[in-house]
Design a protein around this ligand. Structure first.
Ligand code: COI
Length: 345
C-alpha cells in the first residue's frame, strides 16, 4: 500500500505551536441519559462552544473525568495513535468512581479515531509535535442537590501540541501540601477534573519562586513521593529504576508510565514499584517524569526544605534512552512488537 500524501495544514507555522489550544475543525459528541444508561450514537460537530444549562453537574459539582492521548505522524507519513484502548479503560474506571455511565472501550477508540481523522490536517509533521486528544466525560444534566446528573456528554476535542515543558525540570517538595483528594476513597488515582485546579495556587507560587512544578508527598505520612501536578515520577540509581505504585486512591496509573516500565525492563533495568521515600529520591543518580503531555522529561533538581539535590540530565541519561525508544515505537522507527500503536491512516 502506498503511503498517504501528507495532507498537513499550511495555515499553521508548526514551529510556533506550544502546549496550548489551537482551534481545530471538528469535535465529537455523544450523549446518554440515566434512563438509557448507555451511550449509543455519537456525531462529529464543528469545533466550538458548548450550550450548557447553568445547573449542569460538571459546572456545579465537577462531575467529570478527562483523558489525554496523542496521535503522531509516523516516519512514512501515516497517522498513528498510542494505546488508545488503555485510555478508554481508564476512563471507565474513573467514570465508575464518579458515578457516571461511560462509553465502552470500543466506542471510545472508534470515537477518538473518527475525531483524529476529521482533523487530520492538524496532526503535525514528524518531528514538529503531535495531536493532543482530550476526551471529556461530564455530567451535563441539571442538578441542584448532591445527586448524579440525569444526562452525560462524552466529548472529544483535539489540538496540535509540542512538549509541555521546555527542558529539564527544577522541582520543589512542599511539606503538608497534597495534590488531589488522596487517601482512602480519594480520587488521586483517576483523572477527575477536580484533581487539577486545586494545585494552581501552589503552582503559581512555586513558579514565582523559580520552580517548574511541585512534587507531592503522601497525605498520610508525608514521607513518600506521589506524583507531580500533571505526571508520574521515576528515579534511577545504578541499574535500578523505582517509581511509586499507582492505581490506588492516590497516584494516577499513567499509560506512559506503564509503557516506560516495560521499555526499561527490556533495556535491562530492574524496575521496582513501591513506596519511594524522599530520602531515596534525594540520593538518586537521575530523576525523570512521564505523562502523555510531558512525554519523558528529565528532572535537573529537587528542593526539599533547605536541601537541593541535582541529577544527571543530557544525552547520556537513562531518561533519554527511554524517551528515544518510546518515540521510536510511536513513529515507526522502532518495530512495535507489543501492538501498542494503532495506525489509523
Ligand atoms: C496528560 O498528560 O495528558 C494530562 O492530562 C496532563 C494535563 C493535566 C496537562
Amino acid at each position: 500500500m502506498a503511503p498517504p500524501s501528507i495532507n498537513c495544514n499550511e495555515e499553521i507555522n508548526w514551529d510556533e505551536i506550544g502546549f496550548g489550544i489551537v482551534p481545530t475543525d471538528s469535535m465529537y459528541m455523544m450523549k446518554c441519559s440515566t434512563e438509557e444508561d448507555t451511550f449509543s450514537e455519537g456525531t462529529l460537530v464543528p469545533y466550538g462552544n458548548l450550550h450548557l444549562t447553568p445547573s449542569a453537574g460538571i459546572l456545579n459539582y465537577g462531575q467529570g473525568v478527562i483523558e489525554g492521548l496523542k496521535a503522531y505522524r509516523s516516519k512514512d507519513g501515516r497517522i498513528v495513535m498510542f494505546r488508545p484502548e488503555e485510555n478508554g479503560r481508564r476512563m471507565k474506571i474513573g467514570a465508575e468512581r464518579m458515578c457516571m455511565p461511560s462509553p465502552s472501550v470500543e466506542q471510545f477508540v472508534k470515537a477518538v479515531k473518527q475525531t483524529v481523522l476529521a482533523n487530520k490536517r492538524w496532526v503535525p509533521p514528524l518531528g514538529k509535535g503531535s495531536l493532543y486528544i482530550r476526551p471529556l466525560l461530564m455530567g451535563t444534566g441539571s442538578v441542584l442537590g448532591l445527586v448524579p446528573a440525569p444526562e452525560y456528554t462524552f466529548l472529544i476535542y483535539v489540538t496540535p501540541v509540542k512538549t509541555y515543558h521546555k527542558g529539564p525540570l527544577n522541582l520543589v517538595i512542599k511539606d503538608k501540601l497534597y495534590r488531589a483528594i488522596s487517601g482512602s476513597g480519594g480520587t488521586g488515582g483517576i483523572k477527575s477534573v477536580v484533581n487539577y485546579s486545586p494545585a494552581y495556587k501552589a503552582l503559581k507560587e512555586a513558579r514565582a519562586e523559580g520552580f517548574s512544578d511541585i512534587l507531592y508527598l503522601d497525605a498520610a505520612t508525608g514521607k513518600f513521593v506521589e506524583e507531580l501536578s500533571s505526571c508520574n515520577i521515576f528515579l534511577v540509581k545504578g541499574k535500578a529504576i523505582s517509581t511509586p505504585t499507582a492505581g490506588g486512591n492516590n497516584i494516577l496509573p499513567g499509560i506512559t508510565r506503564k509503557s516506560i516500565i516495560e521499555i526499561a525492563i527490556d533495556l535491562g533495568y530492574e524496575v521496582m514499584e513501591g513506596e519511594v521515600g524522599v530520602d531515596e529520591l534525594m540520593e538518586a543518580d537521575e530523576v525523570f517524569c512521564t505523562g502523555t503531555a510531558v512525554g519523558v522529561n528529565p528532572v535537573a533538581s529537587i528542593t526539599h526544605n533547605n536541601n537541593r539535590a541535582e541529577y544527571k540530565t543530557g544525552p547520556e541519561a537513562v531518561s533519554q534512552k527511554l524517551l528515544q525508544t518510546l518515540v521510536g515505537i510511536q513513529t515507526g522507527h522502532i518495530q512495535d512488537t507489543r501492538g501498542w500503536t494503532l495506525q489509523i491512516e
